[in-house]
Design a protein around this ligand. Structure first.
Ligand SMILES: [Zn+2]
Ligand SMILES: [Zn+2]
Ligand SMILES: [Zn+2]
Ligand SMILES: [Zn+2]
Ligand SMILES: [Zn+2]
Ligand SMILES: [Zn+2]
Length: 515
């Protein structure tokens, strides 16, 4: 029994959404709802020595449930950014913008002038006694490097509550101090802000702590063009896993939506991938070490086979063997590699040469079907079919082989089969390896459903076989597509795909019901 949150009467009843707060009656729950609502989530914030603060599910979370929807605590231009409007954060061009008459920072139009978020740098620039003068619009502009930090430092001027939340965030200042990135940030931000804005308001330590908090907790938010950076308070306590249980989407206002593509059991830790789950383990680990300063030891990272997918493996140096080579020691991608069959060992530089070339060839490749197929043919000598470089090319091919419905109708049979087979192979791979990479999975399921539907149409024209089973398979994948993409905003390609997928799904439901 726990005391009712309103009257303290002992009770067994709890709020069924969060399982966290007790109420003696529906009446008292209703009465308290306005106050309770902001903290009513299906998780609690827990704390331990090893993880610091982290989120734990307080009940079973159903598939597709939104776990957290949150507005940013603070947002601003990316650290390396061309001039953007300081109201809406979208890019601006030399011929098409206005200047804020208070501070001189370029804005895209009058409607962006009065937005609250611009007030921080606007006032600080005014106090400087001289307006800024941005003239170069073509590329990254050094003045923009410090702006998000300025907004963090001045967060308390609009909201003391936000300021105290920002103070709680991890900055890893002592770990960062002295690193090359830290030294570069000291010059371009730490020493720059007092000099440029002619202010004694902030100590160097305060500034560098804010820089650290932004880098450790910042999310790249693609709702503007170019993307901006934002910090979300509660979401920042979600721990990292390269095999996470939450997907991250953004609505058109740049609010973050964390949701569960699959059921999450009560008491499970909630996690997102801080890196890119579609990358191989060595690349993810390097990225996490560089940007978030830790070595990941999640279930996927400690298993060199990456759940038996061999996503990072290369073929044995001995062509006759047919085995796969992976790091000899699970936690050392920079040491020797060994064949799992014949136990032959190679040194790291042998592996590096292959992977570097394979990566560079993708970067410099003109992206079309013929080049993609040539790439697969060439690299099959060294890389197994499911390798991340091969998979990247196959994702590309699935999208390039018939880019739309019109092309799909006329693509040759053998190419249609190729599209279908690659899509099927990739859906299977990524549902196992990256079950929360919803945009990749949704896109692949869409392509697979349309390839199956088109193939069925062709078979039906030639034979008179009942296509019912095939159409049901097509429906199965378009249904999955809708589930994976359901929170994608229509400002993104995936949001448009979602609309089309819903139309196709309804049509397929009709057809399969009739036939
Ligand atoms: Zn009560
Ligand atoms: Zn609740
Ligand atoms: Zn604007
Ligand atoms: Zn201004
Ligand atoms: Zn990991
Ligand atoms: Zn071998």
């Amino acid at each position: 029994m726990n005391p009712c949150h309103v009257c303290e009467e002992p009770t067994k009843n709890k709020c069924s959404n969060c399982n966290q707060v007790s109420y003696c009656s529906v009446q008292h729950q209703k009465q308290d709802w306005k106050r309770h609502k902001p903290s009513c989530h299906p998780f609690k914030i827990d704390h331990n020595e090893q993880l610091g603060r982290h989120l734990v599910a307080t009940r079973t979370i159903k598939p597709y449930e939104i776990v957290l929807k949150e507005a940013p605590l603070v947002r601003g231009p990316a650290q390396i950014s061309a001039p953007v409007c300081l109201g809406c954060l979208n890019g601006i061009e030399a011929e098409d913008h206005i200047e804020c008459e208070q501070c001189g920072w370029p804005l895209c139009g009058p409607e962006c002038k009065s937005l609250d978020e611009h007030k921080a740098e606007c006032r600080l620039t005014k106090d400087r006694g001289q307006k800024v003068n941005v003239q170069e619009f073509g590329g990254p502009h050094p003045l923009y490097t410090c702006l998000s930090t300025v907004r963090c430092l001045l967060i308390g001027e609009t909201s003391p509550e936000k300021a105290s939340k920002f103070q709680e965030l991890e900055s890893l200042e002592s770990t960062r101090r002295g690193s090359n990135q830290w030294k570069a940030d000291l010059v371009s931000i730490g020493q720059f802000i007092p000099k440029f804005f002619k202010t004694q308001k902030f100590t160097e330590e305060e500034i560098m702590k804010a820089v650290g908090a932004l880098q450790i907790n910042g999310h790249e938010v693609p709702t503007t063009d170019p993307s901006h950076v934002a910090v979300f308070y509660t979401a920042s306590f979600t721990e990292n896993s390269c095999l996470p249980n939450l997907a991250k989407s953004f609505n058109k206002n740049g609010h973050c939506i964390l949701w569960a593509p699959h059921e999450i059991k009560k008491n499970a830790h909630l996690s997102i991938c801080y890196s890119d789950a579609v990358w191989g383990t060595a690349d993810r680990q390097r990225h996490l070490m560089q940007t978030k300063l830790f070595k990941c030891a999640c279930d996927r990272c400690v298993d060199v086979t990456e759940l038996d997918t061999n996503y990072s493996a290369i073929k044995c140096e001995d062509r006759q063997c047919g085995g796969l080579m992976l790091p000899t020691k699970a936690d050392d991608w920079n040491g020797s590699w060994r064949c799992r069959e014949c136990h032959k060992q190679v040194q790291k530089h042998y592996v590096e040469r292959i992977l570097e070339r394979a990566g560079k060839d993708i970067q410099s490749m003109e992206k079309n079907v013929e080049n993609g197929l040539k790439y697969l043919k060439h690299y099959e000598k060294w890389l197994p079919p499911q390798h991340f470089h091969m998979s990247e090319i196959k994702i590309l091919l699935v999208q390039l082989l018939a880019k739309d419905q019109k092309e799909l109708m006329v693509i040759p049979d053998d190419r249609l089969l190729l599209k279908l087979n690659y899509a099927r192979e990739l859906v299977e791979l990524y549902e196992k390896l990256t079950p929360c990479e919803v945009r990749t999975l949704g896109t692949l399921c869409f392509e697979l459903h349309s390839a199956i539907a088109e193939q069925t149409r062709r078979v039906a024209l030639e034979t008179s076989l009942s296509p019912k089973d095939r159409l049901e398979e097509s429906l199965f994948y378009v249904d999955k597509c809708v589930n994976y993409l359901q929170y994608e905003s229509d400002i993104f390609i995936e949001g448009h795909m979602l609309k089309q997928a819903r139309i196709n799904r309804d049509a397929l439901r009709m057809v399969t019901r009739i036939s």
